[in-house]
Design a protein around this ligand. Sequence first.
Ligand SMILES: [Zn+2]
Length: 73
Amino acid sequence: MPFPIRTCVVCQEEFELRPDKPGFANRCPACSEPEATGPAAANAPDVFDPKAASEVNAARRRAMRDLLYRKDS
Ligand SMILES: [Zn+2]
């Protein structure tokens, strides 16, 4: 029985949303642990930088818009 796949809002990696996953439901396990010094943490932009967060949101909105337009045409 597979778990639902979510895309991490921080590093854009897909991850399994396990019921016992710690941290936020929209972040992968690596990005849910700011103290972690793993590769994912090193690659991720500053999680607590509001500017980076808004850029991620803007990118997501653009991607959604692209999908909608593609469906239209
Ligand atoms: Zn992540």
